[in-house]
Design a protein around this ligand. Structure first.
Ligand code: SAM
Length: 370
């Protein structure tokens, strides 16, 4: 029997068992299965309640609760008065935050910052990410509608993803997403620079490099590396200002253009696509990869880094989160490394290497050569 037939049979048998109410009652009571049954029930409830958990988090971020708990443990009555909330609402919020590890009961009716809250405050990008989720949540309140239309209001946040949007993107249209990309970039840059030694190259061109946060991190890692950025003209103006504020204006160059229709600037022996391919259609990605290949010297390398599907423990991030996010955004999808390699091969690249990252749910990396 073919392996997939065997698997289909096993899955059907297992599902008959798991959906049987009598089996569920038995498994919850039998000592050897009780633990598994409990874990599965909790995991299922987490899926059921995930949207509510996210809204508790949103309220904590919007109300500045985590910063407040970091400064000093707080009781519900103080919180209620300071935030003009009914006492009962303050109690509910603190209890919900504590249940999710964002806050922690420290006795005497007071709450301190919890371990998840502390981890969140240590990652400025995550807070900005949560704040911009308001659009995504509004879309996903009608998830079937997003699935039917293949896009949502989130598309307004990413104007370059709309038809003709890259050409038309004006300064005010790129500011919100560019700022978000900059604040979420440090963790991404750290992963890439840990996995790949950019010092082996003479110069790097970051294609779709945003305001240059990754470029600046690479430059700090490799003081002799030439630094070039290519992005839409309105984003390049922002990058230029960032270079000035970081004392990089003599060293780094920003070139404005459309990476799907303009030639990619030549001269760099390393080119990067960081969080770029996943918001392109297959056709767009192929055009971009071909464009890059024709500008890359024969000894050059292209580094592709983004969350990919199928990496260990990455499926929830890539397939559930980014899958729905990119659908609401109206373009792109999380691809497996094999799918990206297949696009690279079709674009004419011949050698591929997958790099190990410390946090595969955040990022996978493929390095391609001609
Ligand atoms: C998701 S952001 C990633 C930014 C940056 N690489 C990072 O990881 O922070 C995508 C970037 O690609 C740029 N971009 C999108 N379409 C483009 C196009 N057709 N030509 C040039 N840049 C483009 C956007 O302006 C944006 O800066």
């Amino acid at each position: 029997m073919a392996a997939h037939r065997w698997r289909e049979g096993w899955v059907a048998w297992r599902n008959r068992l798991l959906s049987d109410a009598r089996f569920q009652r038995w498994a919850a009571g039998f000592p050897l299965t009780r633990g598994i049954a409990n874990r599965r029930a909790t995991a299922l409830f987490d899926v059921v309640a995930g949207f509510v958990y996210s809204q508790v988090l949103t309220a904590c971020v919007e109300l500045g609760l985590l910063e407040r708990l970091l400064r000093a443990p707080t009781a519900a009555a103080e919180l209620a008065e300071d935030l003009s909330l009914p006492l009962e609402s303050a109690e509910r919020l603190l209890a919900a935050a504590a249940a999710l590890g964002l806050a922690e009961r420290v006795g005497d009716g007071r709450f301190a910052l919890g371990p998840q809250g502390a981890a969140l405050l240590g990652n400025a990008g995550l807070k900005d990410m949560i704040a911009h989720h308001a659009l995504l949540y509004a879309d996903l309140a009608d998830s079937v509608g997003v699935l039917r239309r293949g896009r949502g209001e989130l598309a307004r946040f990413w104007p370059y993803a709309e038809a003709g949007g890259a050409r038309a993107a004006a300064a005010e249209a790129v500011s919100a997403y560019s700022a978000l990309m900059t604040s979420t970039q440090p963790a991404v840059a750290a992963e890439i620079l840990h996995a790949y030694d950019v010092r082996r190259h003479k110069s790097v061109l970051v294609v779709g490099g945003g305001e240059g946060a990754f470029l600046a991190a690479a430059g700090a890692d490799a003081p002799k590396l030439g630094l070039i950025l290519f992005d839409l003209p309105a984003v390049c103006e922002r990058a230029q200002r960032h270079f000035e504020s970081r004392g990089l204006s003599q060293r780094a160059t920003a070139i404005g253009g459309d990476f799907l229709t303009d030639p990619i600037p030549r001269g760099a022996d390393l080119m990067t696509l960081v969080r770029i391919v996943h918001d392109q259609s297959d056709q767009g990605a192929l055009t971009l990869l071909r464009n890059i290949r024709s500008a890359l010297p024969s000894e050059g390398a292209l580094l592709v880094a983004e969350p990919m599907s199928g990496a260990p423990k990455a499926d929830r991030v890539a397939d559930a989160y980014f899958g729905m996010y990119l659908l609401a955004m109206g373009r792109g999808r999380a691809r497996t490394p094999a799918e990206i390699v297949s696009l690279l091969r079709e674009a004419g690249f011949g050698h591929f290497r997958r790099l190990r990252t410390r946090t595969p749910s955040l990022l996978s990396i493929i390095v391609a050569r001609r």
